[in-house]
Design a protein around this ligand. Structure first.
Ligand code: G3P
Length: 220
């Protein structure tokens, strides 16, 4: 499973990239608003840092306008993936864009049938939003499992991005469910690596190492 960062913050991108585990980036209009800078400039900066897929959302609502906007976004770099919500207009735009070779990530997916439609339209990725379903008392992980199972059973090549992840358990469960990608906020990425026993173990090893050198009468 690839690990993507869900952000429009270039500093966060640089930090996780430095770990050597950054598979790609997903952005959305709300994440861009949080950063508060020209979104196209921000996207260009991210594209300059990231080799993997970078999802950038089209905000148009009508089919023709979505197609035009997506073509522009896709022209920014070969690794741009255009995020398009699963709506009738979004599906129409996606099937046209897919036939032109534009990669689409169908977003705001909350049901198996929406995922099925996205796959049928030729989307490269579909993003079930787990956390937002959990927020309203539905089981987001159940949706992810169903989407993965249905797309595999039916033989679609569309990859599944576990999105709207809130905590490390979501990430481990998404991997177990067979998601192709998990995209998560910076804070969740940081929590993946932290374990108190790792920190304690490092501290103890260092103390023992120092003690050994003291007993041998050597400097470290
Ligand atoms: O990639 C999906 C994500 O951007 C939505 O996350 O946390 O706003 O539900 P969230």
């Amino acid at each position: 499973m690839k690990l993507f960062l869900d952000t429009a913050d270039i500093q966060e991108v640089r930090e996780i990239k430095a770990w050597g585990v950054l598979g790609g980036v997903t952005t959305n209009p709300s994440l861009c608003a949080r950063v508060g800078r020209d979104p196209i400039q921000v996207v260009k900066e991210i594209l300059a840092e990231v080799e993997g897929p970078v999802s950038v959302e089209a905000v148009s609502l009508e089919t023709e306008a979505i197609v035009e906007e997506a073509r522009y976004l896709a022209s920014l770099a070969p690794n741009v993936v255009v995020k398009i919500p699963v709506t009738p207009e979004g599906l129409a735009a996606t099937s046209r864009l897919a036939s032109e070779g534009v990669k689409v990530n169908m977003t705001l997916c909350f049901s198996v049938n929406q995922a099925l439609l996205a796959a049928e339209a030729g989307a490269t990725y579909v993003s079930p939003f787990l956390g937002r379903l959990d927020d309203v008392g539905w089981e987001g992980m159940g949706l992810l499992r169903d989407v993965v199972a249905v797309l595999r059973t039916q033989g679609y090549g569309t990859m599944v991005i576990a999105a709207s992840l809130r905590h490390p358990l979501h990430v481990a469960e998404a991997a177990r469910a067979g998601a192709d990608v998990a995209t998560m906020p910076f804070e969740v990425f940081q929590k993946l690596v932290r374990h108190p026993l790792t920190d304690l173990g490092v501290k103890r090893f260092l103390e023992d190492w120092e003690e050994l050198h003291r007993s041998l009468g050597r400097k470290l």
